[in-house]
Design a protein around this ligand. Structure first.
Ligand code: Z5A
Ligand code: MG
Length: 235
């Protein structure tokens, strides 16, 4: 069968705001692809089961505090530690459906305000206090430069109003409405990058309609990707 004939699998990433349906759709996609005879497996980030993942998990649950730059690097390290496995799976013909990836990393960290002030020397002597700049997209992307590049990034698009109908925000870090609005803006900036295969899917539709849209995009990319080498992200 051509589906197993020595071709590589595709790297498919699902991104989107809180409660957009990423985890639900990732599970359904893996199941549907398998039913069609493809080899497919799910993966998620953060992957909280490794040592690095446990640090990140306890940070998200607010059981620990980690300095902002440091935790950004840990989220990235949690992806890098899975790169050998990702490459091996793709090479063996398995399509990977990944629930969040580097785009979450950049969108979330770059939405943070850097606390504190910087003293700068004025032209005529003396000092003035200025706010520290926020995390730039550029800085946030660097640790993930060179990761396996997704063949397809599905952005599950939903307004904060629609998402709020799916229940209250949880109690983890970042689960507040103001913060999520900033995150949405950062995702929009990341989607301007035309070197990546972004596809926006309306996540306010029924689960079934969202699923069918993602499945169609995925089957097309599996066919396209199998003759191409895996790229490098943002490189
Ligand atoms: N984070 C970071 O800072 N840096 C990084 O590098 C990475 C992540 C990778 C944890 O992520 C946090 O880590 C996250 C970003 C940050 N912070 N926040 N916020 P997580 O992936 O563990 O987050 P989560 O707890 O799984 O929530 P989620 O991903 O935001 O939700 P979701 O997966 O998109 O949605 P869902 O669980 O599939 O569905 C939510 C509910 O809606 C559920 O009850 C479904 O039954 C329902 N649902 C789903 N689809 C529909 C439709 N179509 N109609 C109606 N109802 C629906
Ligand atoms: Mg989820």
């Amino acid at each position: 069968d051509w589906r197993m004939a020595g071709h590589r699998g595709a790297l498919i990433v699902l991104e989107g705001a809180d409660r957009a349906g990423k985890s639900t759709q990732a599970r359904r996609l893996v199941e549907a692809l398998r039913n069609q005879g493809y080899q497919a497996e799910g993966m998620r980030f953060p992957e909280r089961t490794t040592e690095i993942g446990r640090l990140v998990g306890s940070y998200l649950e607010k059981k620990s505090n980690i300095e902002d730059h440091t935790v950004h690097l840990l989220f990235s390290a949690n992806r890098w530690e899975h790169v050998p496995l990702i490459k091996e799976k793709l090479k063996s013909g398995i399509t990977l459906v990944v629930d969040r990836y580097a785009f979450s990393g950049v969108a979330f960290t770059s939405s943070k305000e850097v606390k504190g002030h910087l003293s700068v020397r004025c032209r005529h002597g003396g000092f003035k206090e200025t706010e520290l700049p926020n995390f730039s997209l550029h800085w946030c992307k660097q640790p993930d430069v060179g990761l396996p590049k997704p063949d397809l990034v599905v952005f599950l698009n939903i307004t904060p109003e629609e998402a709020s109908k799916r229940g209250d925000y949880g109690t983890e870090r970042y689960e507040t409405s103001d913060f999520q609005k900033k995150v949405q803006k950062r995702y929009a900036e990341l989607m301007d990058d035309k070197s990546l295969n972004w596809k926006v899917v309306d996540a306010a539709q029924s689960m079934e309609d969202v699923h069918n849209a993602i499945k169609q995009l995925s089957e097309a990319i599996i066919t396209e990707a199998r003759h191409q080498p895996v790229g490098k992200l943002w490189a």
